[in-house]
Design a protein around this ligand. Structure first.
Ligand code: GRF
Length: 200
């Protein structure tokens, strides 16, 4: 059983997709810890509803990024984790975390990286009139959205797509691909050398 931690900051729909896949056994794994930096994140309620071990570590309670990361590290180290999933976690982690869990932390990002690291990816796609958009799941290192790419899911942008449309369409790609990738970690079939690329 893959021992998983999920870090969130908000709605937690990607967390939900992992919870559902673990419950259905499509992921042979168990979410042993959920951490939210945001005490008001809806994802906390999702975790509680499924009786998951959930901790709030509010970044505002810490003087520095490093102190915040040390508090997170302390929680993560309590369990012998196999995989840490950043699912809408809106903080940049320092090497305190990234170097302690090399190739064990993955992030889901709503763009076809290396295009549009950071925030407001859907806005950029619309502003630039892009024909393609998508999601990336990648290993986390200390470069923002810069680690090795594991999987990407592509959609075609329709001329009529609004910001809300893109958000919705991108979310449904995320909810399909994140559990698929995590299940490959659980099966030991994840390939570190060849990225998965899917068109939706
Ligand atoms: C997702 O679009 C993810 O790619 C990005 O933040 C969003 C989180 O959504 N990093 P949710 O909280 O999982 O619903």
């Amino acid at each position: 059983m893959l021992k998983i931690a999920v870090l969130i900051s908000g709605n937690g729909s990607n967390l939900q997709s992992l919870i559902d896949a673990c419950e259905k056994n499509t992921i042979r794994g168990e979410i042993q810890l959920v951490i939210s930096n945001n005490p008001n994140a809806f994802g906390i309620q999702r975790a509680k509803k499924h009786s998951l071990n959930c901790k709030v570590i509010n970044n505002e309670d810490f003087k520095s990024r490093e102190d915040f990361d040390l508090a997170i590290l302390q929680e993560l180290k309590k369990i012998n984790l196999d995989l840490i999933v950043l699912a809408g976690f809106m903080r940049i982690l320092t090497p305190i975390i990234t170097e302690s869990f090399e190739e064990k932390i993955i992030n889901i990002h709503p763009s076809l990286l290396p295009k549009y690291p950071g925030l407001n990816t859907h806005e950029s796609v619309i502003k630039n009139g892009d024909k393609k958009h998508g999601i990336t799941i990648h290993f986390v290192n200390d470069v923002l959205d810069g680690g090795k790419i594991i999987a990407q899911g592509e959609i075609s942008v329709r001329q009529s797509d609004t910001l809300q449309d893109l958000k919705k369409r991108i979310h449904s790609v995320e909810h399909a691909m994140l559990p698929m990738v995590v299940s490959k970690f659980a099966d030991g079939s994840i390939c570190k050398y060849e990225k998965i690329y899917k068109k939706f």
